[in-house]
Design a protein around this ligand. Structure first.
Ligand SMILES: *[C@@H]1O[C@H](CO)[C@@H](O)[C@H](O)[C@H]1NC(C)=O
Ligand SMILES: *[C@@H]1O[C@H](CO)[C@@H](O)[C@H](O)[C@H]1NC(C)=O
Length: 468
């Protein structure tokens, strides 16, 4: 932990102060997350292409599952279908010219089940019509859904081109089967999991370092009048750290003070949903702080929310307000409720209803807003609630829950903390994967069961040991 602290002190020039931080206690039983470095770009491409081939091989079976004979995708450079990204080779950075894919459920005469063209002449349509004439598919799926991004990626202009391109004979066989795009993008082949776990461990490690080291720096700076927007500073520190590790991300990290004026997903009219990252005020002793943080690499994305508590100088674990420890326990219980209701084949809305009933019967107040993750941060698959939709989510909430996917269990519980004489929101977000061996959802890395404690020894800048 020390090495990176020095390095980031250099990266962010204004943070010249440093101090010593006691080793923290892990926030999940038996876990000490460490940053995982990525392999060379060439090795990454090899990994990615292997995963893509594995997934592409599932397409004929998927077409048969949904009773569709053929699936046609077409796009122009920079106007890609959403599914394009799940099919591309690692060294492809966009579609080129007109890029067209055709997949067949049951090719006759020993023909291949998949075809791709990168063309700027009418040859693509001539060849496509020849294949259709031989194969005689009764139905040809197009990604034209009006609400679901993963099955609605065919651009309007490209649809016109496809209709003209295939001609009258075939356009009457076009069908919409939204689950094709959803299930293809959602399916996480097993070989991706070990790297997803490494990404998740990295994500935890960055959160812990941001909370444990950086907050101490910013409090130190605050005392000296150097910072007035500390939460925002931590967010940008996280971005720099991601870049330093050669990862990227899919959303701006947020750091939020839960003991401040409120949490944006709660019904607190004083907090704007327009800018949920708006810093409340600089981090101080006694604050309960929260982050929503994710990393991206190798075509995978993580989504995590954790909570930390800033001890006053000299305080120990025993000094953490008991109400805050109970709040975390309560949201852990809510995670268990939702996870146990996530039955394969049930719709997101059914899972939401069952979870909310159980929540009410156990006297838990809060909100549930879980989503698929992995391939995209908010990935293909049913959603289980949204912050503003706690009864049902139209369209997306009616899709069935699929196995072999990753989900983000995202929610919060409200808890009255007597030591602060107020109700505080305890948000958590942790990713799970479907484990076929146990027929259940398992945490990708773990889950937070203890508050991340930020110890702030009162050491003056000048007294900091020079070994740093
Ligand atoms: C990031 O990439 C650079 C350039 O390839 C490499 O030198 C460096 O070691 C990488 N850093 C990490 C933490 O993997
Ligand atoms: C706790 O808060 C309530 C309502 O905000 C207030 O009426 C009450 O006086 C507070 N109690 C204490 C001990 O501060």
């Amino acid at each position: 932990m020390r090495g990176p602290t020095v390095l980031l002190t250099c990266l962010i020039n204004s943070w010249t102060a440093f101090t010593v931080v006691q080793a923290h206690i892990g926030t999940a039983p038996g876990k000490t997350p460490e940053v995982q470095t990525l392999p060379s770009l060439r090795e990454q491409a090899r990994l990615l292409d292997r995963w893509t081939e594995e997934r592409k091989a599932l397409i004929p079976g998927l077409l048969r599952k949904y009773g569709v004979d053929a699936w046609l995708m077409s796009q122009r450079e920079y106007a890609e279908d959403t599914v394009f990204w799940a099919l591309k080779e690692a060294t492809q950075f966009s579609a080129r010219r007109r890029t067209t894919h055709l997949f067949l459920a049951d090719p006759v005469g020993g023909a291949p089940s998949s075809y791709s063209w990168v063309e700027n002449t009418k040859a693509v349509w001539t060849e496509l019509r020849q294949i259709l004439a031989t194969q005689q598919p009764r139905s040809i799926a197009l990604n034209t859904h009006s609400e679901i991004a993963f099955s609605g990626g065919l651009h309007a202009g490209e649809l016109d081109a496809v209709i003209i391109g295939v001609g009258d004979e075939w356009k009457n066989r076009f069908v919409l089967e939204p689950m094709l795009g959803v299930e293809l993008v959602a399916t996480m082949v097993k070989s991706r999991l070990p790297w997803y776990q490494k990404l998740m461990e990295t994500s935890w490690a960055i959160i812990e370092e941001a909370f444990v080291s950086v907050i101490v720096l910013s409090i130190d700076g605050l005392k000296k009048g150097e910072y007035d927007r500390a939460t925002r500073d931590i967010e940008w520190w996280m971005r720099e750290k991601i870049q330093f590790l050669n990862y990227t991300t899919w959303f701006q990290p947020s750091v939020f003070i839960l003991t401040g004026k409120g949490f944006p997903a709660a019904d607190d009219p004083s907090v704007s949903m327009d800018d949920p990252r708006a810093p409340d005020r600089p981090v101080e002793y006694g604050d309960l702080i929260h982050t929503d943080f994710g990393v991206s690499a190798l075509g995978l994305n993580t989504d995590t929310q954790h909570i930390g508590y800033v001890l006053y100088p000299g305080e120990t674990e025993a000094d953490v307000p008991k109400g805050m420890i109970e709040g975390l326990k309560k949201v852990n219980r809510l995670q268990d409720i939702v996870k146990s209701n996530m039955k394969i084949g049930m719709t997101g809305n059914e899972i939401l209803k069952a979870s909310r009933e159980q929540m009410r019967s156990e006297g838990i107040q809060g909100k549930i807003y879980c989503h698929a993750t992995g391939e995209w941060g908010h990935s293909a698959g049913t959603v289980i609630g949204m912050t503003n939709l706690q009864d049902e989510v139209p369209v997306l909430g009616d899709l069935p829950l699929l196995k072999n996917t990753y989900y983000s269990i995202e929610l919060f519980a409200e808890h009255f903390v007597p030591e602060r004489n107020r109700t505080i929101v305890f948000p958590q977000e942790e990713d799970v994967y479907w484990d076929e061996a146990t027929n259940s959802w398992e945490w990708v890395y773990g889950r937070q069961e203890e508050l991340l404690l930020i110890r702030t020894p009162a050491i003056d800048r000048e007294e900091a040991p020079t070994e740093l």
